[in-house]
Design a protein around this ligand. Structure first.
Ligand SMILES: [Zn+2]
Length: 656
């Protein structure tokens, strides 16, 4: 109780201190921050707890003991002359882990974790140079070389430091780290900007971080600096190894100015962070040039370059995009960080436009492409998230380039950021997660309590409590998949026709509602104890891909609710590439456990190809085939897996 009270006080302090410009003047929806949302959900709460314990412990162990990431700061504080360990961008992993730690500390009040964070922050602060510069690679290898090569991630590491410092300040109220970040940002601002030197960020991230710093400090220099960084792109100003190596490929999204960009190119994570930062700037400036470009690029991503899992960036060679509809399954790169970036960007697009179609995409990436990046045990990770495996993929303890573990950790730890929004006396429910929050409407406070067993069941029940009757609108997102829209633009489409919108009930009585931008909107005077409930039908949907997506011709994928399914050898006699699905196969749900994860699995009798012992002939037999949610695969060792199931023999790979 004591912890709860003190964190509530902190929470109110920040709500009021930041109220003046909390979200930007040009947004249609203001997200409710995670610190104002209490999650008690059966699906997400155990995952949030696992991140706070297992995942962050893994990050701390790897960052501090197994690798030299923290030691680099200790050495940098002592001055030059000692050897830098690891890669030049490794500082960023320390900052991302710190950001995730901040969210976990805010949610769970973990003293040991806070002590560890303070210890790291002391080491980071001690390494900062008198002029505000901070980057262990250049401090240890020669400061005379700093700010020369725009590809060397000095700006990227600085951006992650700002994000972590803002999160830690908001979580604990402690200023030390924030002041370090401010000194760094002021140092950057003293060198670069209008009338000063040019700079094109080599790995975008600083843009969105500067907007966070602006929101926290109210100093609009940081917003202007972010806007200026966006305006530097596409003018041929980029210098450094990525510009030389990846010339003319759009690898760093620097071929044309941001406002003129029409298609998605290059490195997927860089692109996601760029457009997230662009959306953040547009939220304050209302710049229509940015808005128009982002919508066009978004359509290019979602209509032609996104996997059914919400994963993006199909190629490993550039960790990014290739040509339209080039989405191989087994070779899919689909970096965990890129799906995390999709969550960030799509939330911003929803906030700017008020349209739920962006949350449909966010939900797809969150429950599939991103969540797959973390093992059920919480301490093993995927860097890439393929849609088929011949058994050679394995989850790893860590990576040489370790961006993904702390990225999925900070996303899950801040899940509360993505559930609710509010604007113009309208409560917006974007995701279905058992939780509580509170809205300050012009006529009074409404306490909002959502109960659900989503994504396993589509039953949603929301209860309201308030002191006096309050007039307000509530908008519930009705997911596109429940209306026969697999993805806007139909790169993927349902085999079944579109469904009706669900009926909504207030206190047991069905009510009329307006359907607007993907939301069911109810506007009325609410009274204490009102209960709204509805059911989003969780049917098993067979999904097909557009003809242009050739690798998936004559194949189907299975989706139930927001979850994409896969077949894995572990449940199917060790094999997954010998299964032939059919459009009329009768799929049924069956409760199942993947290790300690209770899931709804999908079973059907399907033909399975069997090669004769001499390898010359083949027969088929019908077998009970089980499909599991994609995010749970490869938790029982390496084995075969497939998302897109063939409908004919010709597509069967016999070399399994
Ligand atoms: Zn990554």
């Amino acid at each position: 109780m004591k912890t709860y009270l003190s964190s509530s006080l902190i929470l109110f302090f920040f709500v009021f201190s930041l109220k003046s410009n909390a979200q930007g003047n040009h947004v249609k929806i203001n997200p409710i921050g995670f610190s104002n949302v209490i999650i008690n959900d059966d699906f997400w709460k155990p995952k949030i707890d696992k991140v706070a314990t297992k995942t962050l412990q893994a990050c701390i162990y790897q960052t501090e003991e197994k690798t030299g990431r923290i030691r680099n700061f200790e050495k940098a504080a002592r001055g030059k002359g000692e050897k830098h360990e690891g890669v030049f961008y490794d500082d960023s992993d320390v900052f991302k882990a710190l950001e995730a730690m901040a969210y976990a500390i805010k949610t769970n009040g973990d003293n040991a974790l806070e002590k560890k964070a303070d210890e790291w922050i002391d080491k980071i602060a001690a390494a900062q140079q008198p002029d505000g510069y901070l980057n262990t690679y250049y401090i240890l290898t020669g400061l005379q070389n700093r700010w020369q090569d725009m590809s060397m991630h000095e700006d990227y590491c600085g951006g992650h430091m700002i994000e972590a410092a803002v999160a830690y300040f908001n979580a604990t109220g402690k200023r030390k780290f924030l002041d370090v970040a401010i000194r760094w940002a002021d140092h950057f601002d003293s060198l670069f900007g209008p009338g000063k030197k040019d700079w094109v960020t080599g790995h975008q991230e600083l843009e969105l971080a500067l907007v966070k710093l602006y929101k926290t400090t109210n100093n609009d220099r940081y917003l202007k600096l972010s806007d200026w960084l966006l305006s530097e792109r596409g003018k041929g100003l980029g210098r450094g190894y990525t510009w030389t190596e990846w010339k003319d490929t759009g690898y760093v999204q620097d071929l044309v100015p941001v406002k003129e960009q029409k298609e998605i190119t290059g490195h997927a994570v860089r692109a996601m962070y760029l457009y997230t930062g662009t959306a953040d700037v547009a939220a304050y400036t209302g710049d229509q040039g940015y808005m128009k470009a982002m919508r066009t690029v978004w359509e290019d991503v979602v209509f032609r370059n996104m996997y059914i899992t919400g994963g993006i960036g199909s190629a490993g060679s550039n960790e990014g995009f290739t040509k339209d509809f080039d989405l191989p399954n087994e070779q899919a790169y689909c970096e965990t960080c890129a799906s995390v970036g999709m969550v960030f960007w799509n939330q911003r697009m929803n906030n700017l436009t008020g349209n739920a179609e962006y949350i449909d995409v966010l939900e797809r990436s969150l429950y599939n492409g991103a969540l797959d990046g973390l093992s059920l045990s919480g301490d093993r990770f995927f860097y890439g998230n393929p849609l088929a495996s011949n058994g050679k993929h394995a989850r790893k303890e860590w990576f040489g380039t370790a961006c993904c573990p702390s990225n999925i950790a900070r996303l899950i730890a801040s899940l509360g950021d993505f559930i609710y929004g509010y604007a113009d006396n309208k409560i917006v429910v974007n995701l279905f997660v058992g939780s509580q929050t509170e809205f300050n409407t012009p006529t009074g406070k409404i306490k909002f309590h959502m109960q659900t067993n989503y994504p396993w069941s589509g039953d949603i029940k929301c209860s309201l409590s308030m002191k006096k009757n309050t007039k307000s609108a509530i908008a519930f997102r009705i997911p596109g998949w429940s209306r026969g829209i697999a993805a806007p633009g139909n790169l993927y489409s349902f085999r079944d026709p579109a469904k009706d919108q669900p009926a909504l009930y207030i206190n047991g009585k069905v009510i009329q509602y307006a359907f607007q931008d993907g939301y069911a909107v109810i506007e009325r005077e609410w009274k204490n104890g009102d209960v709204i409930d509805f059911n989003i039908p969780m049917e098993i949907n067979k999904i097909s891909a557009r003809n242009e997506l050739e690798v998936n011709n004559e194949r189907i994928a299975i989706q139930r609710g927001p979850l994409v399914y896969c077949v894995e050898g572990a449940d199917n006699n060790g094999k997954a590439w010998n299964i032939i699905s059919s459009l009329d196969a009768e799929y049924k749900t069956e409760d199942f456990n993947v290790l300690d994860e209770n899931v709804v699995s999908i079973v059907a009798n399907m033909p399975v190809l069997k090669i004769s012992d001499d390898g010359l002939g083949a027969t088929t037999t019908k077998q009970k085939v089980r499909a599991i949610p994609y995010y749970t695969w490869c938790n029982r060792g390496s084995n075969q897996m497939q998302v897109w199931l063939p409908l004919t023999f010709k597509d069967i790979k016999v070399n399994y």
